[in-house]
Write a protein of this length. Structure first.
Length: 292
């Protein structure tokens, strides 16, 4: 069994600064579980500036947010704009020449000094479609099986292949709450760092009780099993105890309800919290169906 490897995603566009200047701007990154890591390139070669970036991709709402975390190198291009590390949130919108990925940028110095603002626009339709239709690592599986010999007198009819859609990762943060109908009497919570392990620490609560306190996220999944209330709504809370070396704090979760799995990415600034609610479904009538 072979697995396809992830490829870099590239977006090419324009920085339109409030000074009236415009510059070429490109980002190149990989994505896993909604978390992106990569680099930005401002200006044209040989005068370009390269910076490291980290951020979040939300395919469900067709948005991309990212920030430059540090300069890798700069070749000293001069501009009227006071350029600092960029922080941007982009939305998929209708532009004058078709659909584009666009949004305002803000930037600050480390001492919070404001820098020149502007707008980032990515308008390459093929790149944008690749971004929102992109499959993560291991989405594509190539299986090699032995050929089944034909049986004399029997016709081998090809069975229709039913495609399996990749699991969607929901995103939760302060102000965005996800609620799931629950059918089993237990919730299994797996939590780990699905991106680059950068020292993120979280506190995991269930109905206000700490099950993990100031826990350092690693690649290996930490599993917690909790009984579900028979009535009402139970609450899972993920508190960001820090933001690691690559803000924001990001935690990957998998909630398991019997044979049903929910993939979730929780992200927050330090001290903020993400909330997930589960509602126990009433038991099915004898001889009936559960509706799922």
């Amino acid at each position: 069994m072979l697995f396809a490897q992830p490829n870099d995603i590239t977006l090419t566009g324009i920085l339109a600064m409030n000074t009236g200047e415009s510059f070429p701007y490109t980002i190149v990154f990989t994505e896993s579980g909604g978390i992106i890591k990569g680099y930005s390139f401002t200006y044209k070669k040989p005068e370009e500036t390269k910076a490291a970036i980290t951020g979040l991709l939300d395919r469900a709402h067709r948005s991309l947010s990212f920030k430059e975390t540090g300069i890798v190198y700069s070749n000293g291009y001069h501009t009227k704009a006071y350029m600092c590390l960029i922080d941007a949130r982009l939305e998929y919108v209708q532009g004058g020449r078709g659909n584009v990925l666009s949004g305002p940028l803000t930037s600050k110095e480390a001492d919070k000094t404001l820098c020149t603002g502007g707008v980032i626009t990515f308008g390459n339709d093929a790149e944008i479609q690749n971004l929102f239709g992109y499959h993560e690592k291991f989405d594509t599986v190539i299986s090699m099986k032995k050929r089944v010999p034909e049986v004399p007198g029997r016709t081998n009819e090809a069975k229709p292949v039913v495609p399996t859609a990749p699991m969607t990762t929901e995103q939760v943060t302060t102000g965005i709450v996800k609620t799931y109908d629950w059918h089993s009497d237990t919730v299994v919570i797996a939590i780990w760092d699905g991106g680059h392990v950068d020292g993120d620490r979280v506190t995991l609560q269930y109905n206000g009780k700490n099950y993990l306190t100031n826990y350092s996220l690693v690649k290996e999944k930490k599993q917690v099993r909790v009984p579900v209330s028979q009535h009402g709504i139970d609450t899972i809370t993920i508190i960001a105890d820090n933001e690691g070396s690559e803000p924001p704090n990001t935690a990957s979760l998998m909630l398991t309800d019997g044979t049903i799995h929910y993939s979730i990415l929780a992200y927050n600034k330090q001290g903020d919290r993400a909330v997930i609610k589960i509602k126990r479904s009433p038991p099915a009538n004898s001889g009936g169906q559960t509706g799922r």
